[in-house]
Design a protein around this ligand. Structure first.
Ligand SMILES: [Zn+2]
Length: 180
């Protein structure tokens, strides 16, 4: 029946809610995660640190089938951990927004989906700290301190971005990036 969708927000309304929520995080120097239901209702907000957010185990049932959007003050793409959690939490969509207003999104497609995507990424060392450190060694990037860390995390973020661009579809997911 057509009216089974009554009382739920339209695609446009959810997009506009996401935009408002993500816009408000542009100036933050710490991560905030917002859990939004598939009907476009803000369920919960989580405050984290500069590079992390933790969500309590007890909240897991709230995540299934819903949308989780969080900001990366660093401006980088998803981490490997973000993708592992996306699968563990059985979300419909995970998003990252940046201070410059870029939004990365990974969501379930319409067809069959293959949840092994996160494990495959992990097995292939995509976005792994140790792997990035190896690459830096190989490339003989002679950096120290903060410069070293920044470059390392850049490599990790770029790896995840490139891998998802090439492979997400094969697992039934839609990966996209765009501007707020
Ligand atoms: Zn993240």
């Amino acid at each position: 029946m057509d009216n089974c969708e009554q009382g739920t927000a339209s695609f446009i309304e959810i997009e506009s809610l996401l935009r408002t929520v993500e816009e408000a995080k542009k100036g933050l120097d710490y991560e905030v995660g917002t859990l939004i239901s598939r009907n476009g209702v803000v369920l919960k907000e989580y405050h984290g640190g500069a590079h992390y957010i933790s969500t309590p185990e007890a909240d897991l049932p709230l995540f299934e089938g819903n949308i989780f959007t969080h900001n990366h003050p660093s401006g980088r793409c998803f981490t490997q951990e973000d993708i592992l959690r996306f699968i563990r939490d059985r979300l419909r969509e995970v998003r990252v927004s940046t201070p410059k207003g870029i939004v990365f999104s990974l969501k379930e497609g319409e067809g069959e989906i293959n949840r092994s995507i996160a494990n495959v990424m992990k097995e292939e060392n995509i976005g792994s700290y140790i792997h990035a450190a190896h690459l830096m060694n190989e490339r003989q990037l002679d950096l120290t301190g903060t410069e070293y860390q920044v470059k390392l995390f850049d490599i990790m973020g770029n790896e995840v971005d490139e891998w998802l661009t090439q492979n997400a579809q094969e697992f039934g997911y839609i990966y996209s990036k765009g501007e707020l």
